[in-house]
Design a protein around this ligand. Structure first.
Ligand code: PLP
Length: 402
């Protein structure tokens, strides 16, 4: 007699929950793509997207997912044979580096593992060793969604400046734009990429590449850039067709317009960062109570290095999988699987991980529901734990609202 009737909740780290308002905005007949309101509606997205990334630079929009944003960014500034320095702190950092290699870019990798953030001293040493200035770009992931670690992007800029290195700072903020603080201009990020389906609360299908003038100059000097990924006409279209180089993602434009109304014009980007910080602290407070050597553990030990968008945690295999299955069957909540946490897919450490997405359209009742369901699961599955995690989470909410 499974209990999970009622509205299901997908608590995986992307796609995130699409607000009803976004879904309703998308529920319409196909609009004309040659005239009517669509061109103006599309143009109106640009300043609001820039407001989320905190940049006065440029933004190019694509029909695609996060992988499309990865390739678009690489294709504009790196040619085959150019060297990039990748700084993976989890599966997604490796993924971006592997994609760069597959399109002929040479990539040096400093692997920081699955449990720590980027060590700025090691980055500094690598940049200092590059006396010939061969490194054209540094590829960093702000929040690696597999490990839930948050990297110090402003710190990376300081290292580049201290060394006097000219490489572009390229940042994957796909997991966390609109969730964890991003100050693209103030932090000196040259290129920032994201997708529609996480902090931007819109179904997967749109990808965004923000870039500054320095990156635009690098692009201008490229001998040849893939015509489809070229960001120049997309960021500065002379006609509507050039925004998307073909048919526009009509319904996504309506959905994203509504999502940006909510995020930028109603809640406010800074307020959204604060909300996510409170909700993330509530999650961690529950885990701190539950923590047990034979039970649950957070992947990132230092709270200052955890993302507010996603939490990666472990339980001895097969308990993590059993807990996810319990949540889906009895609670109506789908948690995220662990990804990339060990070399082999059959390694028990891989199966011992799971993730909670808490990005985007999330509020305390949703998150307390997830945590309450988990506490029921810990008891039902006899996973060793200290009860009271939900009360601890509720206290975080209470204190934040006091
Ligand atoms: C989700 C995500 C990606 C990949 O995005 P897709 O839409 O699945 O292609 C890349 N990097 C990070 C940090 C992500 O969170």
């Amino acid at each position: 007699m499974p209990l999970a009737h009622g509205r299901p909740y997908l608590a995986i780290p992307g796609p995130s929950v699409a607000p009803d308002r976004v879904l309703q905005a998308m529920h319409r007949p196909s609009p004309n793509i040659y005239a009517g309101e669509l061109p103006d509606l599309t143009a109106s997205l640009v300043p609001d997207l820039k407001a989320v990334a905190k940049t006065n630079g440029h933004v190019a929009m694509y029909i695609g997912n996060g992988h499309a944003a990865w390739e678009a960014s690489l294709a504009n500034v790196l040619a085959p044979g150019d060297l990039a320095l990748a700084l993976p702190t989890g599966r997604f950092g490796h993924g971006w580096a592997e994609m760069a290699r597959r399109i002929g870019i040479e990539v040096d990798v400093i692997d920081f593992g699955n449990h720590a953030d980027v060590d700025l001293d090691r980055v500094e040493a690598a940049l200092r060793a590059d006396t010939e200035g061969r490194i054209k770009a540094v590829l960093a992931v702000q929040v690696d969604t597999s490990t839930s670690v948050k990297n110090d992007i402003a710190g990376l800029r300081q290292v580049l400046d201290a060394v006097g290195h000219d490489a572009l700072l390229m940042v994957d903020s796909i997991a966390c734009l609109g969730v964890d603080e991003m100050q693209m201009d103030a932090w000196g990020v040259d290129i920032c990429v994201t997708g529609s389906q996480k902090g931007l609360m819109t179904p997967p299908g749109m990808a965004f590449v923000f870039f500054n003038d320095k990156a635009a100059q690098v692009r201008a000097k490229m001998e040849r850039v893939s015509s489809y990924w070229d960001w120049t006409p997309r960021a500065h279209p002379e006609e509507f067709f050039q925004y998307f180089f073909g048919t526009a993602p009509t319904h996504h434009i309506y959905g994203l317009r509504e999502a940006l109304n909510m995020l930028v014009h109603e809640e406010g980007v800074e307020a959204a960062w604060t909300r996510h910080a409170v909700l993330a602290r509530a999650v961690w407070a529950a885990f701190d109570v539950w923590a047990h050597p034979q039970g649950l553990a957070l992947n990132i030990k230092d709270p200052a290095k955890r993302s507010n968008a996603v939490t990666s945690a472990s339980a001895p295999a097969p308990k993590a999988t059993e807990l996810r299955e319990f949540m889906e069957r009895e609670i109506g909540v789908t948690l995220g699987i662990g990804i990339g946490m060990a070399a082999g897919a059959h390694d028990p450490a891989w199966h011992g991980y799971f993730r909670i997405g808490h990005m985007g359209h999330v509020n305390p009742h949703m998150l307390l529901g997830v945590l309450g369901g988990m506490e029921a699961g810990l008891q039902a599955l006899a996973i060793p734990h200290q009860p009271g995690g939900v009360s601890a989470a509720a206290s975080v909410i209470a204190e934040a609202t006091a």
